[in-house]
Design a protein around this ligand. Structure first.
Ligand code: ATP
Length: 237
């Protein structure tokens, strides 16, 4: 097994006094796809935000490429190749598709590769090239999701955390977006897929972690976990 690109050790994260993540540990082997599944409110987004430097943990450690990055802010982590595609395909709606994408390439190393990365994103999502001058607010939900993914790819990442990217999208679009993620992974990208949909994420990933009420309740090789085991951990039965 390859060396993990990400190691999360006993993370606790709070909102005020409320503990959203009690104790979460997981590894992401380099160049793998790891899925994190769990019901509404299980703490998945809080854990992703904590890893990506958008939320400060109250306990635990996060290691990325062997370095302790606990509490390092998001803009610093993007420079090191760790990007988050947050839930809700957030774009700057008044800005053009191209300007939204360009914003992803602000780290110095990524700026140098901007032209190549634009081409890469437009190859992945040709519709974005057609609409590059259009305001992002005029796009469909699926296309906005492509912009959000494209913006992360413009930063030249080594690891991307995708937080429920299929939320609210039509099944055919979800299929295309998943195919794109598999392609990016085949090109060497390490991926964390956060999902509520058990089947899709388990099928796509090598490792699965199930979160329940702020804890990682089950971890294992996706192909070895049984449906009953996953459902028990997911629903807490
Ligand atoms: P979902 O699938 O609905 O996004 P999730 O597994 O990602 O759920 P989180 O969004 O991390 O779960 O939420 C974990 C817990 O933290 C929930 O009980 C939620 O209500 C609470 N929570 C999330 N964000 C905040 C916030 N900004 N302030 C207070 N509580 C919050």
């Amino acid at each position: 097994m390859s060396e993990p690109i990400l190691k999360v050790e006993h993370i606790q994260a709070k909102y005020g006094d409320f503990i959203a993540v009690h104790d979460a540990s997981l590894d992401v082997p380099d160049k793998s796809i790891v899925s994190l599944i769990g019901a509404n409110g299980a703490g998945k987004s809080t854990l992703m935000d904590t890893i990506a430097g958008a939320h400060t943990p109250t306990a635990g450690k996060v290691f990325y490429k062997g370095e302790d990055i606990t509490g390092v802010p998001a803009h610093e982590l993007i420079k090191r190749g760790l990007a988050l595609v947050p839930q809700g395909s957030r774009c700057f709606v008044r800005m053009s598709v191209e300007d939204n994408l360009r914003m992803g390439s602000y780290p110095k190393a990524a700026r140098a590769k901007r032209a190549d990365n634009f081409e890469r994103v437009y190859n992945l999502f040709p519709v974005l090239k057609e609409k590059r001058k259009d305001a992002s607010g005029s796009l469909s939900g699926g296309q906005r999701q492509m912009v959000a993914i494209g913006r992360a790819m413009m930063s030249n990442p080594d690891l991307v955390l995708f937080d429920e990217i299929s939320l609210g999208l039509a099944p055919t679009i979800i299929k295309d977006i998943y195919a794109t993620i598999r392609q990016l992974n085949a090109e060497g990208l390490s991926v964390v897929l956060v999902e509520q949909d058990i089947h899709r994420s388990v099928k796509t990933s090598t490792y699965t972690h199930v979160m329940l009420k702020g804890r990682v309740a089950l971890s294992g090789l996706s192909k070895e976990l049984t449906e009953a085991e996953i459902k028990n951990a997911y629903f807490g039965i």
